[in-house]
Design a protein around this ligand. Sequence first.
Ligand SMILES: [Zn+2]
Length: 415
Amino acid sequence: MILVFPNTRRLFLITIFAISASAQTVASLAGEAPVKEAFSIIQRNEPEMLREQQRICEIAAPPFEESVRAAELKRLFEKLGLADVRIDKVGNVIGVRPGAQPRPNLVFAAHLDTVFPPGTDVKVTRTDDLMKGPGIGDDCRGLVVMLGVIRALNEAKITTKGTITFVADVGEEGLGDLRGMKELFGETLKGRIDAFISVDGLGSSITNVGVGSYRYKVTFKGPGGHSYGAFGNANPIQAMGRAIAKIDQFEVPDKPKTTFNVGRVSGGTSVNAIPFEAWMEVDMRSSDIGELGKLNEKFKASMNEAAAEENKRWNNRGPVSVSAELVGLRPAGQTPESSPIVKTALAVNQTLGLSSHLGEGSTDSNVPMNQGIPAITIGGGGTGSGAHSLNESFDAHDSWKGTQRALLLAIALAR
Ligand SMILES: [Zn+2]
């Protein structure tokens, strides 16, 4: 029996560009004339940006089919005067707002894709501040906050010392498996990103812990046979039963929260046949890269042990084999509370009188966090409910505050 698993250990280089601003600096920055000007531009532009949010959201962007919405974002990036606007190999839209120097390079991102399959009615309805439609918050809001930041920087004629690169990315949701970010950090802008901000979610949230996950489809196979006539052959379903019992006994910490789940099982052909195949899907998560790695190792060993025990039980007659296919991998990581980017984000919230708490999640930031690149995910303002459902809503009351926050953070980090 052979188990094939990817190598999960990696080495990281930590970037040494100090990208930060103290609470005091942020407060005085917010008082500077061009920044105040940008703030009022944002507030003035918000009604138009909300119409833009509705319009973008009505361009369907199912998983792996983001290209039409991507083309629109490319057009908007060009219209806003970004430099070097392009679409990379996997479909990320990239545009650059050059600073006085190329580094530090701050990347600002929001995701194009939704969880909704092709054919979903993506019409957005609106009554005053309340907008309803699939994806209206997640992540059409993020896309529009990004556009609002570019516009305000332009209209207030703000220049930055460092460069800001804007990215409308693909593959954030579900089986997209963060492929946009994997490409961006692994190929497109490899080694050229010093800090990363994803605008995803609503309100004034700050996510600094990236929950990682491994998802496997595990298959047990054997020769099968008649339940009476071939009795004595090893049994793939019974081997899988042993494997599930082992998973069930895994000890995991409450903190950092680490979880496992056998979510789906299938196999066999008849009550009176020894099955020739059985499979299950397993999901494992942790906010801690070390714990997730340990769990993954324990899982791999257990699958092999379960097959070996089953084969031993039947003296290796009609033995079973096991293989595990990795169907999802979201790297875990975190940006420490003490890191400059988190401190700056907290200072920005404080300056703007927004509530602050640090949270964990599984977002585009997982990829840079895993590589040791300073990264956080921030909400795009407003409030809402029903993300990932057809009843998703976005309440735009005071939503301009979200764009103001993103702008101040961008300037504080890139100045
Ligand atoms: Zn999202």
